[in-house]
Structure formats: C-alpha cells, structure tokens
Design a protein around this ligand. Sequence first.
Ligand code: 5GP
Ligand code: MG
Length: 179
Amino acid sequence: MNKIQVKDKVFELFLTAEAIDNAVSEIAIKLNEDLKGKNPIFLVVLNGAFIFASDLIKKITVDCEVSFVKLSSYTGTRSTTMVKELLGLNEVLKGRTVVVIEDIIDTGITMAGMIGKLREMEAGEVKIVTCLFKPEAFTKGFTIDYIGMEIPNKFIVGYGLDYDGYGRNLPDIYKIATS
Ligand code: 5GP
Ligand code: MG
C-alpha cells in the first residue's frame, strides 16, 4: 500500500521494511566491531526507538546491557524545548561505554540534552546511534556516530514513530504527503 491515512493526515511510502533492515544490519556490523571488549550499555530512548532498538540489539553479538530511558522535556516552542529529566535509568553510568539509541535526530535538541545528562552522570565514552537523521533540520554540533539513513526535512511515521500516538506499528516508514 503506497498511501495510508493516519488520523487526519495522508502519508506515502518512503522506506520499505527491507531497506530499513539493511540499514540496521550495517549499523550492527560496525557496532559489533567498535564495541568489542567495551562492555557497553545501550540506552534506548523511548518511546519512538523501541522497534529500531529491538531489531538492532538482536543483531548485536558483544556482551552488553540494555536499559530504557524516557526524556521528559519542558514544552514550549520548539527552540526552547529543554530536556528536564532522564526517567527510568537505574544503572550507574560512571566510566561506562554508553550507546544511545534514538529513532530520529531532527534539530538535535533532544539528543544534546541527553548528552548533557550523560556527562553529568560521568559516563565514559558516549556513542550516538540514530535510525534516521534530518541534516537540514540539525542545529547542533555533536557527532552522530552511527546513522541508518539521512532523510529530507519531512514529517514521517512508522517503524516506532508516531503521528499523535498512531502509526508506530507500521513496518515501513511513510512520509507526509505533500498534496
Ligand atoms: P529533535 O530534538 O532532534 O528536534 O527531535 C527529536 C524527536 O522529535 C524525536 O525523537 C522524535 O520523537 C521527534 N521527531 C522528529 N522528527 C520527527 C518525524 O519526522 N516524525 C515523528 N514521528 N517524530 C519526529
Ligand atoms: Mg525519539
């Protein structure tokens, strides 16, 4: 199905499950090489990253821990959004190799806040993994170590990403239809 409706909006097929799986496999190959002997802890950023993280972590072969965090942020205009708290993290990160798993990096504001929190917790090496990256929207300077796919600055749903709570279950990724 090339066009779908999620609530009041029409979306068109953008990335197939097969294309996504190839990108996930490529990231896993690099991570398995780079994380050898590092005893990493993966931090999955909920909610959006749950499907990507599940697919990715199944392909990880090094010994690792997996934990889940939720970010609560001050709402307001987009540019003033600040990460307030990291919820759900019980592990001590001091000195650990931390691999953050995100669904999408857009402006980068969320991830910049996350990196700040990890620094406060004295994490050791911090690596950033994102399934999708919108370079045109990015406003920050941090390095994104692993990117599944770069995409244009368009709103997308599926593969864990929602529109107003819906669409996370779609195995493919859809972008908002322009007409
Ligand atoms: P940033 O702080 O980088 O601007 O935004 C990151 C968060 O915004 C993502 O984790 C995601 O929750 C949400 N987001 C950004 N772009 C999209 C998009 O195209 N679709 C959906 N569903 N969420 C997005
Ligand atoms: Mg996210």
